[in-house]
Design a protein around this ligand. Structure first.
Ligand code: GAL
Length: 809
């Protein structure tokens, strides 16, 4: 008999039926380990603390159906009253519940079944069929629960997750809320490599040969006894370069096994050629394959040297890094591989070769991308230890959880060749008292038991008296800021290795230019003093961005860093703007000003300073725009490289040739504004290298749409980031345009976010319209799972509309 509440649940029942059908089609009996995406068809609601939806019979039919990863905060409205404050992005927290019904076929009743969460912010509790599997306060850590003893095979099972992000503030930046990373279901036979149970290292690597060590933790729950363990090293092109097969007598329970293999002339991993390998471990017996497990591997050797700095594969390499928080701008914290990849592509294009995961374990996808794209990662675990930085932060859980979180962090990440340094904490308050000594030692000892990579901590009092330094626990002394102390490092810390864990914290908004006189009016006095120091004649404009009292301009830190080999490298605060921490501003600012690239992914000017210094590409970047009041004195800057000089012309008349002298990183002209065309030409040995023109823009007349990719995968995940430009009738960007643009989408996809990079915008990110900010806006389009076409149409009052087609395959 059909009950009325069954009708309400019809969509869920259909989903279940489809799951059973698709499962029976896709599952192959011969596969020993099946890892499946467990992100689809969750039901979600926001609730108060009285709700208990853990019971499997709970009626969730009125909840919203969604696909993970999901961040409910980013869907909310900005408000000064949200308890996270502007520091947390002024978006709501709260309590959310997620539930998912699923069937594991009877045929799998002999399997072991696990659920893996990459990250849930925060305080998650997970139930299966009403039984509590566990809780996890840390919002950035990955964890697994075993479902096997609680499952009803061939029947409906319900997993319920409560996420409690209601105690606020608990973060100094935007955290996001919910199951914001991926979830997987893992099925194994009775003989399987344990969770994070493979550790692949290269105890010896040189250009001529390498030794690969594979340490496995194999769980034997049955009576397998004798098995064959086959380890194969395969390169990224699928070529087998080494193989070892050994017969092993497994004991019941846990087996620790180690294998060594030799590889001749390994293709080394580097930032320029991040050539990847993997180890495929197969366990078999006479009845067939029992498990297959893959572990990433990269061959590289390196040292951090107190004189030579960082040396990778025998060659000195300055680490040119950025710190980034985990949010993906308008997408919030909900992880998306393409969005991460786009961020890394934008960084790579600027010349960045390092990423610091400030200040928490990242999404595993980020590390896989850093492996394959070639970044030197500093993987950081904590922003605080036992002493709190915000009222309800992780310090509350420190005593009970820090050891487990630290160990899980190392075990999860240790096989990534892109990780070169572990950071056990950022600006830890214990550095100012003796507990800094004991805790630093405890953490570093624990890390060293698991892995031999160097350990640092980002110290914001980087002096020899620092307790964390004094603990002797660090391999590398991590400086946050204090660039004026860099040159004394070898004197103050004889024999030690330096790294700038965090630098700069300069402030800028993309497309916004203060002339020197305006700057003095606009910035609070403290910032002003810092800014004007040394610039009493006001001949230098604010274009290299105003610095924080603790930081520097972009140029200041880099000028010192590039001078000395012993300065191994730097991680700039930050590559991208991030939600929250709009220092020095308060409401209505709700995102940061520190990024070299804005929240929407549009570069600010400093991007090109780094590009001119950090890459071999020809660069000529001239700014600002050319729309000013007639006669106003305007500073024009140019960043360039691969040239000896730049000549600037205004309406055909030369304004002079400029050359970088001494340690200059830019050239400057000051000329009275006159409408028309600015043209800059860079030359080497008298020959033209690049030409740039900036024209005075007329009234906004048309829209331009530029997709970062015109063809994306029809997998329901892939993205196309479309830049929207407001142009005048001649095609010039209108530099102050703020037109409201409306978007319409047809076909096989949807608009999942819009942005413009304005840190004070109160407009929703999940919308079909956005005002331009300084002439630009962004639309993020996601494919659905149907191959075909997506058509984006952009309209704005008074402007010629524009459309763009994206293929999905
Ligand atoms: C640092 C801190 C970062 C960020 C930055 C802003 O001291 O480590 O998380 O707050 O300051 O300048």
């Amino acid at each position: 008999m059909i009950q009325p509440n069954m009708l309400k649940k019809l969509p869920q029942l259909l989903v279940l039926l489809m799951a059973i059908l698709s499962y029976s089609c896709s599952s192959k009996k011969t596969e020993s380990r099946i890892t499946s995406d467990f992100n689809k068809d969750w039901y979600f609601t926001l609730a108060d603390s009285t709700l208990d939806a853990s019971n499997p019979t709970f009626d969730d039919s009125h909840w919203r159906q969604l696909r993970l990863p999901h961040d409910w905060s980013i869907e909310g409205e900005f408000s000064q009253d949200n308890p996270a404050g502007v520091g947390g992005g002024a978006l709501p927290g709260g309590i959310g519940w997620y539930r998912k019904s699923f069937v594991v076929p009877k045929a799998d009743s002999a399997k072991n079944i696990f659920i893996d969460f990459d990250g849930v912010y925060m305080n998650s509790e997970v139930w299966i069929n009403g039984e509590l599997l566990g809780k996890r306060p840390n919002g950035y850590i990955s964890f697994r629960y075993e479902l096997t003893p609680h499952l009803k095979f061939g029947e409906e099972n319900v997993v319920a997750v409560k996420v409690n992000n209601s105690a606020q503030p608990n973060s100094r930046w935007y955290s996001g809320s919910g199951i914001y990373r991926n979830v997987r279901l893992v099925k194994t036979s009775d003989v399987f490599v344990d969770h994070w149970g493979a550790k692949v290292t290269t105890p010896e690597v040189s250009k001529s040969q390498a030794k690969v060590r594979i340490a496995l933790q194999i769980n034997n729950r049955g009576d397998a006894g004798e098995v064959n363990v086959i380890n194969t090293v395969v390169d990224q092109n699928g070529k087998t370069i080494a193989e070892l097969s050994e017969v092993q007598n497994l004991q019941t329970g846990t087996n620790q096994l180690t294998y060594d293999m030799a590889v001749q002339a390994p293709h080394l991993w580097s930032v320029a050629d991040p050539f990847m390998h993997k180890v495929i471990t197969k366990i078999e017996n006479e009845s067939g394959e029992l498990d297959t497990y893959e572990t990433p591997l990269g061959f590289r050797f390196y040292e951090f040297d107190s004189e030579k700095g960082f040396v990778l594969n025998g060659e000195q390499l300055k680490i040119l890094g950025v710190c980034n928080h985990h949010d993906l701008g308008a997408l919030g914290a909900a992880v998306n591989t393409r969005a991460l990849q786009r961020q890394l592509e934008i960084m790579k294009e600027m010349g960045v070769n390092g990423i610091r995961t400030a200040h928490n374990p990242p999404a595993p996808e980020l590390l896989a991308l850093c492996d394959s794209m070639g970044f030197i990662v500093m993987d950081e675990v904590f922003d605080m230890w036992a002493k709190k930085k915000s009222e309800y932060d992780y310090s509350l859980y420190w005593d009970e959880w820090h050891e487990k979180d630290l160990v899980d962090f190392i075990k999860r990440d240790q096989n990534h060749p892109s990780i070169f340094v572990w950071s056990i904490g950022n600006e830890i308050l214990e550095q100012w008292d003796s507990t800094g000594i004991t805790i630093a030692k405890e953490l570093a000892d624990r890390v060293r038991e698991l892995d031999d990579r160097p350990i640092t901590s980002a110290l914001n009092d980087p002096q020899p008296h620092n307790n964390i330094y004094k603990s002797g626990a660090l391999d590398i002394v991590g400086f946050n800021y204090s660039h004026k102390l860099y040159e004394d490092f070898q004197k103050n810390f004889p024999g030690e290795v330096f790294i700038a864990t965090e630098t700069t914290s300069a402030l800028a908004t993309r497309g916004h230019y203060d002339m020197p006189s305006d700057t003095i009016k606009r910035w609070p006095i403290r910032w002003d003093l810092e800014f004007t120091e040394g610039n009493a004649d006001n001949t230098v404009s604010a274009y290299d961005h105003v610095s924080t009292p603790w930081g520097s301009t972009h140029e200041e830190t880099w000028k010192i860093m590039k001078e000395h080999d012993f300065l191994t490298g730097m991680y700039i605060w930050t590559g991208f703007d991030y939600l929250g921490e709009p220092t020095p501003y308060g409401w209505p600012s709700r995102s940061s000003y520190f990024g070299i690239v804005d929240l929407a992914g549009f570069p600010k000017d400093a991007y090109y300073m780094y590009q001119s210094e950090w890459t071999d590409k020809d660069v000529l970047h001239v700014f600002p725009h050319w729309n000013w009041a007639e006669g106003e004195a305007v500073d024009i800057w140019a960043y360039y490289n691969n040239a000896d000089e730049v000549e600037l012309f205004l309406n055909g008349e030369s304004q002079g040739i400029r050359k970088k002298e001494r340690d200059d990183l830019h050239v400057v002209w000051r000329i009275p504004f006159e409408a028309g065309t600015l043209k800059a030409i860079s030359r080497k040995d008298g020959k033209e290298v690049l030409t740039k023109e900036i024209k005075t823009a007329g009234a906004a007349a048309q829209i331009e749409l530029l997709a970062d990719r015109n063809s994306i995968q029809a997998d329901g995940k892939d993205l196309s980031f479309v830049t929207v430009k407001v142009l005048d009738k001649d095609g010039n960007l209108v530099p102050n345009a703020a037109n409201l643009i409306e978007f319409e989408l047809k076909g096989n996809g949807k608009i999942i976010a819009v942005d413009n990079g304005d840190p004070t915008s109160m407009e929703a990110f999940q919308a079909k319209q956005r005002k331009a900010f300084k002439g630009l806006a962004l639309v993020v389009i996601q494919s659905d799972e149907v191959k075909g076409e997506i058509k984006l149409i952009a309209k704005s009052e008074g402007l010629t509309q524009k459309s763009l087609t994206i293929g999905t395959h």
